[in-house]
Design a protein around this ligand. Structure first.
Ligand code: GDP
Length: 414
């Protein structure tokens, strides 16, 4: 089967950008299926660096086709800026980048609402304030504006009316001031003209490519514990960054995905609020942040850091049906020189190998730590507990800094 999904097994920032760029060599197409410009995948190739937000990572490889599926939300300004910057590096993306007309538009009022609501709340979620949550709320509320609507000016005003009235009430209730209807109409028309060359029905495109023998990567943004259902609710994102999300976000049958690569870091990080059992607020957390450069690619926010949490990886492997594990940032742990991980939790006096399904229990558990003599023995522990082979070990930012474990060496079983 032609499809491989790549998913994060923690709270995002697992290094998926690098993993996708690395694996893209064997693939023809990379598809984004959820999220929006809140994602930030950093890719380094030689002296080239690019921070992907909306455009599929992997497009630094000049023969890779990129697809943005209907499950994504597109912020017009962020998209056009990223497109300009990437085209400066790799040339025109016309005929190489495709966007589905059913993809939702992040409206300026969605960004206003995100910021107004976070600021007004005494318990903010810690969102990136990019309007992703309000856009997905409107998707499910049948109040969204989609890319295809911006290409049909005759109908656009009619499509905008209900969303406009609803959102004006929200913006004004929170003390903001709503842009005029005409201003937003003009904004959408202009965006429609700019994005038109890239818009096609991506379901048909993927089917055609598949018939021609293309191999296709499905790129998840964020991570499993930010999933709207399976994450640490309510401190989650508004979409499904899991392998199942790829089928509904890109219009692909579940039986066509036969490989799921689960990416996790050799330690754990989290941005924003919410539970984080193995967080270290002391010296170790600070060293991990310094050595690992743990600052957000999108926002520059310092990330919360702590030890590897194996129960998280085990449970996420189940949810996603992971077939291959890919551990990143092993070099950071090597530099720290301590190979510690939580192997289980203690929840109210009982041992558990999985994270809890009850929100409150996340704050009521104690990680049970174990120290390992080497990185290799830590990796073997993960394999034993997940039942999934760790096939790749990333030991640096560079595309080439990956050890395929079957090949032997420090992290290789010959
Ligand atoms: P993503 O959202 O999952 O793509 O993660 P980010 O791109 O936000 O964060 C990963 C960061 O770690 C980027 O700056 C990568 O270049 C970097 N990175 C990825 N893999 C490794 C690795 O094995 N070692 C080191 N030191 N850095 C890495």
């Amino acid at each position: 089967m032609p499809y491989t999904a790549i998913v994060g097994l923690q709270w995002g920032d697992e290094g998926k950008g690098k993993v996708i760029d690395y694996l893209a060599e064997d693939y023809d197409v990379v598809v984004r299926f959820q999220g929006g410009a809140n994602a930030g995948h950093s890719v380094y190739v030689g002296d080239k660096f690019f921070a992907f937000h909306l455009i599929p990572s992997g497009m630094l490889r000049e023969d890779v086709v990129g697809v943005i599926g209907p499950g994504v939300v597109i912020d017009p300004d962020a998209f056009l800026k990223e497109l300009r910057e990437l085209e400066k590096m790799v040339g025109s993306l016309r005929g190489r980048l495709f966007v589905d007309p059913r993809t939702h538009v992040v409206m300026p009022y969605h960004k206003q609402e995100d910021a107004l609501f976070e600021t007004a709340s005494d318990k903010p979620i810690g969102t990136t304030r990019r309007g992703i949550g309000p856009t997905n709320r409107d998707r499910y509320g049948r109040l969204g504006i989609r890319i295809g609507d911006t290409l049909r000016p005759v109908y656009l005003k009619e499509y905008m009316r209900r969303p406009y009235d609803f959102n004006r009430k929200i913006v004004e209730a929170y003390g903001g001031s709503m842009p005029s209807f005409e201003e937003l109409y003009g904004f959408l028309l202009e965006f429609g003209e700019r994005i038109a060359p890239y818009v096609v029905d991506t379901v048909i495109l993927l089917e055609d490519m598949e018939r021609k023998g293309a191999r296709i990567l499905l790129e998840g943004a964020q991570g499993t514990y930010l999933d709207i259902n399976f994450g640490t609710y309510p401190y989650v994102t508004s979409s499904h960054p899991i392998s199942g999300g790829a089928t509904i976000g890109a219009g692909i049958s579940p039986w066509k995905i036969d490989r799921v690569v689960g990416v996790f870091k050799a330690y754990t990080t989290r941005v924003g609020e919410g539970p984080f059992p193995t967080e270290d607020n002391g010296e170790v957390g600070k060293r991990l942040r310094d050595i690992g450069g743990e600052y957000g690619a999108t926002t520059g926010r310092p990330r919360r850091c702590g030890w590897l949490d194996i129960p998280l990886v085990v449970y996420a492997s189940m949810i996603n049906g992971v077939t291959d594990l890919f551990i990143t940032k092993m070099d950071v742990l090597d530099e720290l020189g301590i190979y510690r991980a939580a192997v289980e939790y203690e929840i109210r006096g009982k041992r558990a190998g999985y994270p809890p399904a009850y929100s409150a229990d996340w704050y009521d558990l104690k990680p049970v730590y174990e120290d390992f003599p080497s990185g290799e023995s830590l990796i073997e522990e993960v394999e034993q507990r997940t039942g999934v082979p760790v096939r790749f070990v990333s030991v640096g930012k560079e595309r080439k800094a990956v050890i395929e474990r079957k090949t032997g060496g420090k992290y290789g079983k010959a």
